[in-house]
Ligand binder design. Structure first.
Ligand code: URA
Length: 210
């Protein structure tokens, strides 16, 4: 049986891409195995690399505030990233780094089986909605492979841009409703994980509330 600790241990030992040799600490992610909400960011920054924990710098501070607005404590949700090691100078992750790291994230998703996945920023959005524009789909609950996925702006981008900040705050304030609707949808379908023709590459099937 896979478990989160085993995945974390494998992430810490991972050398599947060069970032494994440059990090101070790998950042596997943290949160309970039965989390109903999973947040997926881009990759560790300086503070995360220092501590081996996700979202512990300024954007993490803001993320904690957003979660509080949604009525969640940070300890209730699972927080991770598309790539688990910090790229030098906080540059954007490369496609080959994302590809090398994908199986860690896929195993975390399969194990936790969250009711709702929130993608933070464009790299995690692209995993579920390739080709989509975040300005067009942010905050919309969509079904992708039998799961509810919502793209949101990255907290680091939203922190200092008033329009994006207002948007991400509004999106987080709707999170409880999104989770409730996802529960209802899951009860109706029971059958997870089959991609239907409605789940286009850049869209997914939009849920009714949003
Ligand atoms: N930005 C991210 O995308 N992830 C982190 O863990 C921290 C900052």
């Amino acid at each position: 049986m896979d478990d989160l600790k085993r995945i974390a241990d494998e992430v810490r030992a991972c050398r599947l891409c060069p970032l494994g040799g440059m990090r101070k600490n790998a950042v596997p992610g943290e949160g309970p195995a039965n989390a109903e909400v999973m947040l997926i960011g881009e990759g560790p920054g300086f503070h995360e690399d220092q501590q081996g924990r996700p979202f512990v710098g300024p954007s993490g501070q803001f993320l904690n505030e957003l979660l509080a607005m949604a009525g969640y404590q940070r300890e209730e949700v699972f927080i991770t990233n598309v790539i688990k090691c910090r790229p030098p100078g906080n540059r954007d992750p490369l496609p080959e780094e994302i590809a090398a790291c994908a199986h860690h994230l896929d195993r975390q998703i399969a194990l936790i089986n969250p009711k709702v996945i929130i993608t933070l920023g464009r790299y995690s959005m692209a995993k579920f909605f390739p080709g989509a524009k975040i300005s067009a789909i942010h905050g919309q609950a969509r079904r992708v492979d039998g799961r509810t996925v919502v793209a949101m702006f990255h907290p680091a981008a939203a922190l200092h841009q008033p329009a994006l900040r207002a948007a991400i705050e509004e999106d987080f304030r709707r999170l409880r409703d999104i989770v409730r609707e996802a529960e209802q949808k899951a009860e109706q379908t029971e059958q997870p994980a089959k991609r239907t023709s409605g789940n286009s590459a850049s869209g997914g099937e939009q849920l009714s509330l949003f």
